[in-house]
Design a protein around this ligand. Structure first.
Ligand code: 5GP
Length: 191
């Protein structure tokens, strides 16, 4: 599970991690509009508000949250099925969703769980990165920065924290964490 305030460089990081063999990326559902270049089913499943609500009612979500005025949610079935099939599953999620997953009570998920927080060096740097991305209005940037500073308070809830540097540095650190996790004694016993 990886969390980072938006603009912390996580999207690029996640894209690179997704290329890892034997790894399944949990594609979240959202009601937010696609950004230029985003592909339905690959970046997100873009759902209408009624469709999202229907899935909530059916209990399809492992967790769902309201972030920046839109709904986001993680589907339960693909996560559990892939973990049972022996794959690593990557979930990109905000801090609220991460807290729900830590308390989900599902032994398959909890046994596999490792959580990583990507910490932006500081809010000024984050503002610069968001401005450079240029996909948000000034108002949206302010809202994301407010959320970011709130989210940054949660870094201690995560087993690992990476202070964000270049994409290559972040990627290398993330891979090291994945490798270390694979050597946990209890995982060796299960193999
Ligand atoms: P963005 O709109 O920039 O893609 O994502 C905004 C925020 O929503 C990010 O903090 C991201 O981690 C979070 N997010 C993405 N997918 C999910 C999800 O399935 N559940 C929750 N709770 N948050 C998510």
């Amino acid at each position: 599970m990886v969390s980072a305030p938006s603009g912390a460089g996580k999207t690029t990081l996640v894209e690179r991690i997704r290329q890892t063999p034997n790894l399944f990326y949990s594609v979240s559902c959202t009601t937010r509009a696609p950004r230029p270049g985003e592909i339905d089913g690959q970046d997100y499943r873009f759902l209408s508000d009624p469709d999202f609500r229907e899935r909530i009612a059916k209990g399809d979500f492992l967790e769902h949250a309201h972030v920046h005025g839109d709904h986001y949610g993680t589907l339960r079935e693909p996560v559990v099925t892939n973990l049972k099939g022996g794959k690593d599953v990557l979930i990109d999620i905000d801090t609220q969703g991460a807290a729900v997953i830590r308390n989900c009570g599902d032994p398959v998920i909890l046994d596999a769980l490792a959580d990583v927080f990507i910490m932006p060096p500081d809010l000024e740097e984050l503002r610069k990165r968001l401005l450079k991305r240029g996909t948000e209005t000034m108002e949206q940037i302010d809202s994301r920065l407010t959320t970011a500073s709130r989210e940054m308070e949660h870094w201690r809830d995560y087993r690992y924290t990476i202070i964000s540097g270049s994409v290559e540095e972040d990627l290398q650190r993330f891979r090291q964490i994945m490798e270390a996790e694979s050597y946990l004694s209890r995982r060796l016993v299960q193999k």
